[in-house]
Structure formats: C-alpha cells, structure tokens
Design a protein around this ligand. Sequence first.
Ligand code: ARG
Length: 461
Amino acid sequence: MTESPSRSGAFESAVDKRVEQFTESISFDARLFREDISGSIAHADMLADQQLISPAERDQIVQCLSGILQELENGEFQFRPELEDIHMNIEQALIDRLGDVGRKLHTGRSRNDQVSTDMRLWIRAGIDRMDELLAGLQKSFVQLAIQDGQVVIPAYTHMQRAQPVLAAHYFLAYCEKLDRDRQRLQDCRKRVNQSSLGTAAVAGTSLNIDREQTARQLEFEGLLQNSLDSSSDRDYMIEFVFCLSLISVHLSSWAEDWILWTTTEFNLIQIPQEFCTGSSIMPQKINPDVLELTRGKAARVIGDLQTLLVLVKALPMAYNRDLQEDKPALFDAADTVESCLRMAIPLVEGSRLKRENIKAGLDRGFLDATTLMEFLIKRGIPQRTAHHAVGDLVRQATRQNCRLSDLSLKDFQAFDPSLDASIYDVLGIENAISNFRSTGSTCPEQVSRQLSQWCERFQLN
Ligand code: ARG
C-alpha cells in the first residue's frame, strides 16, 4: 500500500484507483502551496515553543519545508495525485525526507483547520491584489475624466436621452461604484482575517497548543472562537465571492455602456484598437470583444457565488467533504475578476470620446426640457402644470422638427403671457448643464469639486 498521511491502520485495503481520481483535489488546490507552507511553518514554530516537538525537530521541519517551497516555486516538485490534496502532498514530501520528524508536523492539527487557514490566507492576499487593481481602474477613470471630462454627453434613463451631463460626471460615477467595491472588500477582509488554525478536526485538541501564537505569526487579526464553527463554515469565502460578483456586475454594466457607445448608432467613444478583434468573414468589423467578454464573464462569477451558496446550504455540522468543491468556484471567481480588471485598466486609459460626433448630436432629444420646466417652477408655476406645459412645447418642437430654443417667444407666451426673453437663458445644452447645481449634480462647479477630490486622492493633475 502506498503510504498516505490520511490512510491509517484502520484500513484493510488500499483505496480503489477510481476513488482516488474522484476524490483528488491536487489538480486545483496545488496553488495553495505558499499558504500551506506558511501555515505549517507557523504551526511547527508553535509546536516547538509548546514543547510538543523539540527545537531541533522544528528546525529540521522548517528547513525542509523551505526547500519544498523552493521546489514548488521552481516547478520542480513532483505532485502525487494519490496523495489527494496539497496538504498531504507537502506533508508526505516532508515525511519522505525527514522520516519520523516529518510525521510530527500534523500534531494538534487537522486538514479541516489547515485547509480553512490556507484559504483565509489566500483570500486575504486576493483581497489586497484586488484592491490594488480596483484602485488602478479608478485611476484610469480619473485620468479619462481629466482628459475628456469637459465634454457634455447625454445621460440616459430607460435608454432614452434624458439630461446633459459632463463626461467627467459619468467617469467619476464609476470611481464611486468601485470605491464601494473596495470598501466592501476591506470589510470582508476583517472576517477573512481570523485564524482557524488549531481548531483541528471538529472539537479542538487535548494537546497544549497555542492558537494565539500561530495567529500572530500568520498576521491574523484574531481567532475563531468555536472549533465547530471554524471547521464547518465557508461564509468568509462566500462573502468574498459576493464582493467579486458585485465588482463583475459593475464591470459588466460599464462594458454594456461602452459596447453601445462604440456602435455606429451611438458613436460616442473610441476604444483602443489593440483591445478590439476582427471578424473572419466581414472585413469591416472592429469588434469590442474585450468588453463583451467582460460582460459575459460576469455570468461565471455570479454562477460561482451560486455554487458556493448551494454547496453549503444543507451541510450538517461540521466539516463535510463537499467543502472541497468550494475551491474551483473560489479560484474561478477571483481569476475571472482579476483578468477583467487587468483588461479594463488599459482599455479605459486608452479610450477617447468622439467629441465632434457627440457635439453634433447633442441637440437631439430635448436634453434641456427639465431645466425649462424648473425655470417655470421658479416662477411659481406648480410642478405638474409646468411638466405638462413643457411636454406640450416638446410636442410642438417635434412637429416643427426644431429645438426648444428655436421656438418663438410667442410660443412660450401662449402658455404664460408674462414670460419674456430671459427664458432663452435656460435653453440649450450649455445653459441646461450649468443649472444642475444641487449637491452631487452635474454642473461644472460640482463636477470639478468631485474631480479635484479624486485627483488629490490619486495624486494626479
Ligand atoms: N482537500 C480537502 C478539502 O479541500 C482537505 C480537507 C480534507 N479533510 C478531510 N477530513 N478529508 O476540503
């Protein structure tokens, strides 16, 4: 029988080859090797300090683990699928090299707390990586706001032209969304960054271990207080994948916007051609595939969240092998979002608004209708009455195929004889935009206040 750390003397037969293949996770958990080795080194240090192993044994273990880490980093480590997972592959390598000393590492520990520790460490690093990428994308949006932010673009509701906004206002809207994504990750990080190491299989251990010490060494903020809870739950992981899902949803709706904006019909933006692909049959095509895949990949991340929720929904307390299935979903979600962010940063940075075309089309869609209505409200006309009256004027302008500002004073006076030429001061896009003054709205003063805050944060200008 092949020696396997988990196959004790209780077994009378070797494992069926088919079961070996069915139950292995090394094909997808090998990437936890760094975390697994850090956890084992912290554990070995603690075992020595607690006199559960000798200092010399600790030194041998730590040194050997460092050698194994080197081999893993260099791609020289020989994985053995029959050893199931990364934890047992590393432990068996230690045993192969150190004999009985290696057999002492798993003292006071189970794979159940070990795997959760590894994943907490992995997710913690993942959060930090994601945070950096999100900041990078925010920075790209701020740079674009500096570059093209003064351009007035139509804002849409119901996908119909609604009101004019400064392009900077639009770009900075994504900075806000991404900022909440970052805050959510930081909040999630607190719950991820708790040590499960030492809760062992399910009830803890009778050995005199020191969980505070390993937690400190691994830079966890605290300890999980209940071994049953610690070995059974994946809520920290689900929360992380939820945060990722929301990021991918934000990226997806941004991608959707820009896919539309690159069409001949909208023609508002030029994305870098290095980020487009062609068609194998239609020579004229320049397609926004990166944006489409960003939209498409969000489906995977949302699916991963679903997988994790369903995976744990009916698990009896505490550890069940089902939990092994958490990793493909976790890694897929993290890899997918990371790859989308790595595309989005340079894509945003290299994009430019099509100023001429945007300007030429701004007179369509009565973007100044709300400002006109509010002008009437300021003169004491009830909102509903003003709303109806401007609707009538829009209908009239549509019939005459002209802008509101092209209507004659007489047309306005037909509604209210006291109106004078000052009404033209609120008509037209430039006038309209400067009238949106409430906090957080799109007038140039409000937007430049936002922009300077973002510039300051990223030390840009
Ligand atoms: N490969 C396993 C997992 O990913 C490690 C824990 C296995 N524990 C056990 N008692 N079989 O969940």
